[in-house]
Design a protein around this ligand. Structure first.
Ligand code: ZN
Length: 151
């Protein structure tokens, strides 16, 4: 990975933790944050937004994507997802399909443990417990249906 990619990933993960602070989750208490970056470097963070009508809840991944797309950014080059868990969480099925619409098969998706944030002020040698899984939509949603099928 190049330094430029590292810097973008660091920025993206920080934005996902920033987004998480705005989580509206009075029912689950499960705070999720996400951030997407456009090819021209714009970052859009998001959080999960729940609703008293539970089915109306929107995940952090889709919040960040909708923010980007509604601002005219559909060329996206990365996503980071964070929660309060020590193990990284993965996008739900609906979010995977939503990501499929705008992400190339191998656009990087970073799934990040809470400890990454806890270690934000770490020394270079102090990465205890930190986990960042790098995946993509090809892995998360194999043999998927997408825009190409509709011509
Ligand atoms: Zn989801």
């Amino acid at each position: 990975m190049t330094d430029m990619a590292d810097n973008t990933n660091t920025k993206l993960i920080a934005a996902a933790f920033e987004g998480q602070k705005k989580s509206y989750c009075p029912y689950s208490q499960f705070r999720v944050g996400a951030a997407v970056v456009s090819e021209d470097g714009k970052v859009f963070s998001g959080a999960n937004v729940e609703n008293a009508s539970y089915g109306g809840a929107i995940c952090a991944e889709r919040t960040s994507l909708v923010k980007a797309v509604s601002e005219g950014c559909t060329n996206l080059s990365g996503l980071a997802v964070v929660s309060d868990l020590d193990e990284p969480i993965t996008p739900c099925g609906i979010c995977r399909q939503f990501l499929r619409e705008f992400f190339a098969p191998r656009t990087p998706i970073l799934l990040v443990s809470q400890s990454h944030h806890a270690n934000a002020n770490r020394r270079d040698t102090d990465y205890a417990g930190e986990v960042v899984i790098k995946t993509n939509i090809e892995e998360l949603l194999p043999r998927s249906f997408g825009p190409e099928q509709l011509g």
